[in-house]
Write a protein that binds this ligand. Structure first.
Ligand SMILES: NC(=O)c1ccc[n+]([C@@H]2O[C@H](COP(=O)([O-])OP(=O)(O)OC[C@H]3O[C@@H](n4cnc5c(N)ncnc54)[C@H](OP(=O)(O)O)[C@@H]3O)[C@@H](O)[C@H]2O)c1
Length: 295
């Protein structure tokens, strides 16, 4: 079996078109959605992520601005900026680009973001709501994965989803989303990590396998059940002297081998990545009062 490719770029574009119409509607009601980015330092990957989110905002008519602070900014100064943005009605969403420099405690900054403007869905109050199955801003990468599954015809209901990785931004919230007794969910979820005994025995049980480990090509074909749906969250830079940049991106899945065994698979790049940015836009429209009809 050769897998169908789940095209994250196309699905992302479809959602952005829906969002663009919602933004037009909000503007007709006198609401101009706005998203503020807080960037500390000039880490190239962070700068590039913020740039692509800014471009996404422009594409759907959301105004955005990057508040860039020097690397040596103190935690108190970052929190002061976040509080200023909390109080400014121009900004419906605030996104603090992570990771922050080592001298700043991330949780302290995240906790300072107004719950109603936390479009990354990482404030503890929003994560608590997520776990309780209440309306909230879903964290963007897991929300994007849910949309990829639904819009490619692979509803998770009743399926065994095995997630490799238990981070606070991917594995844990994805488990919380897909296990809910809710439309677009109702899966049976297993979460694996570095202390999982016999990872392959777990992954081979997956109807839907999600790899979010940060380990290039760690999921090999022998770890995948014939006909499984495979979602590759991994975004790893590996050296490639043939490229001008000196590197290329590979996922956590051995794509070339797994594509022959899976029913459907996301590529890297062009799978989960674009969806993450799109769900930031979705949450911003939601924060501004749009009611985008996504499950
Ligand atoms: N495309 C996107 O939009 C997007 C967004 C976010 C992240 N990512 C990518 O997704 C990957 C994961 O990101 P993250 O932030 O969730 O990473 P993370 O915080 O480093 O967490 C990695 C998780 O994988 C587990 N793990 C690592 N090696 C493993 C192994 N050999 N066997 C089983 N479990 C293993 C770890 O287990 P322990 O908990 O036991 O250490 C941990 O729970 C990275 O490549 C990242 O770049 C992509």
């Amino acid at each position: 079996m050769t897998a169908r490719i789940i095209n994250g770029l196309a699905i992302s574009q479809q959602i952005r078109e829906e969002l663009g119409k919602q933004v037009e509607g909000l503007k007709r009601q006198g609401v101009a959605p706005g998203l503020a980015f807080v960037l500390v330092g000039d880490n190239p990957a962070s700068v590039s992520y913020v740039r692509s989110k800014n471009q996404g905002c422009e594409e759907i008519g959301v105004s955005s601005h990057t508040f860039q602070l020097p690397l040596e900014t103190t935690q108190a100064e970052v929190i002061e900026l976040v509080q200023r943005l909390n109080a400014d009605p121009t900004w419906h969403g605030i996104l603090v680009q992570l990771p922050l420099p080592a001298h700043i405690e991330e949780h302290a900054v995240i906790n300072a973001i107004a719950v109603a403007k936390d479009v990354d869905g990482i404030h503890p109050a929003n994560l608590g709501r997520l776990l309780r199955g209440e309306p909230t801003f879903k964290p963007c990468t897991p929300a994007g994965i849910q949309q990829l599954l639904l819009r490619s015809g692979h509803h998770p209901q009743g399926k065994h989803v095995v997630i490799c990785g238990r981070s606070n931004i991917v594995g844990k919230p994805l488990a919380a989303i897909l296990m809910q007794k809710a439309p677009g969910a109702d899966a049976t979820v297993t979460v694996c990590h570095t202390r999982t005994r016999d990872l392959a025995a777990m992954t081979r049980q997956a109807d839907i396998l999600v790899a979010a480990m940060g380990r290039p090509r760690a999921i090999t074909a022998d770890m995948v059940k014939e006909g499984a749906v495979v979602i590759d969250v991994g975004n790893n830079r590996v050296a490639d002297p043939s490229r001008k940049s000196g590197f290329r991106l590979v996922g956590d899945v051995d794509f070339d081998a797994v594509v022959e065994k899976a029913k459907a698979i996301t590529p890297v790049p062009g799978g989960v990545g674009p969806m993450t940015v799109t769900m930031v836009l979705y949450n911003t429209v939601l924060a501004a009062g749009g009611g985008a009809a996504l499950q």
